[in-house]
Ligand binder design. Structure first.
Ligand SMILES: NC(=O)c1ccc[n+]([C@@H]2O[C@H](COP(=O)([O-])OP(=O)(O)OC[C@H]3O[C@@H](n4cnc5c(N)ncnc54)[C@H](O)[C@@H]3O)[C@@H](O)[C@H]2O)c1
Length: 288
């Protein structure tokens, strides 16, 4: 059984100063772990580092103002974490840049596309490149969690750059998980966290959303159950609805329908009928 929060472990959490990352950092400190927070928001970093220092001891908390898009900064951080906190047992690549749809969708300025890929896709790659070698060398059990998004699975209209970056996180993390499981004697597992609508940042909590703590509860339980896909519901969208949306999307390929037919006017009624028909409900498994 893999455990993401364990007393003698060390957690590295990117985007750790806010939202889902902050909830994970608080959980790690409460478990007695050393915690390295990686974020670009100095004020939130300082405030959380002080809070966690009060829980686990200031010498067990490291706050790093680092952009995950910077591979050399991530490599230096890995050395610093090893030196100050010890062997990493949880790497959570969770930071993301959001450039809200707006400007032009597919024709969003190239800088937006470059930035979203640098942070959302290459951020996790930089994290793995920096931390995985020492995690493997330590021979300790460990967990890598990359935060994806449902938008990377079903591509709703509005923010193609973000959707595409999160689709890449899905593909990358599946490749990572397979690579790790093929290594002799490797006890490091990789997992894709797929939050639903979650109240984060400085947003006001609204009915329908989950709190970040609920996401971390499910993450902890799913990793204990050795699940790769951690598909979070929220109070508006149960898993069953997401399962059907994901299946419809996959059936676009098999049935040779137009791309993203869920949002094509010719398929509006067929999609509604598919969602309403209980017999199209896919079987769920205790996934691995
Ligand atoms: N909140 C949701 O509804 C939701 C849904 C699906 C997926 N997600 C994903 O969850 C993850 C966490 O997001 P959140 O909702 O908790 O947001 P958040 O804004 O509360 O936290 C994100 C943190 O990442 C930091 N960050 C941004 N760019 C960074 C960079 N280049 N380097 C280091 N740190 C950086 C920010 O300063 C911030 O503290 C993201 O990957 C996001 O895409 C969130």
């Amino acid at each position: 059984m893999s455990a993401c929060f364990q007393a003698d472990g060390v957690a590295v959490i990117t985007g750790g100063a806010s939202g889902i990352g902050r909830a994970a950092a608080r959980r790690a400190a409460a478990a007695g772990m050393g915690v390295a927070l990686v974020d670009v928001n100095d004020v939130k970093l300082a405030s959380l580092a002080e809070e966690l220092g009060g829980v686990v001891g200031a010498d067990r908390v490291l706050a790093a103002n680092i952009d995950v898009a910077d591979p050399s900064a991530m490599l230096s951080l890995a050395d610093e974490v090893q030196h100050r906190l010890g062997n990493v047992t949880l790497l959570m690549n969770n930071a993301a840049a959001f450039v809200s749809g707006g400007a032009g969708g597919i024709l969003d300025p190239n800088d937006n596309w470059q930035r979203l890929f640098a942070v959302n896709v290459l951020g996790p790659v930089n994290g793995v490149q920096a931390f995985l070698p020492a995690m493997l060398a330590s021979s300790k059990a460990g967990v890598i969690v990359n935060t994806g998004s449902k938008q990377g699975l079903t591509n709703p209209p509005g923010n193609p750059a973000y959707n595409t970056s999160k689709a890449a996180v899905n593909a990358y993390t599946q490749n990572l998980a397979r690579d790790l499981r093929e290594r002799d004697g490797c006890s490091i597992t990789a997992h894709l966290l797929i939050p639903g609508w979650t109240t984060t940042g400085d947003a006001e909590h609204r009915p329908g959303a989950w709190l970040p703590e609920q996401v971390i509860d499910l993450m902890e339980q799913s990793i204990a159950d050795n699940r790769f896909f951690i598909l979070c519901p929220d109070d508006e969208t149960p898993n069953a609805v997401d399962h059907k949306r994901i299946l419809w999307n996959a059936l676009d390929i098999i049935e040779n329908r137009p791309a993203l037919s869920r949002w094509h006017s010719d398929y509006k009624d067929a999609f509604a009928a598919f969602m309403a028909d209980d017999s199209t409900m896919p079987k769920t498994g205790s996934s691995r």
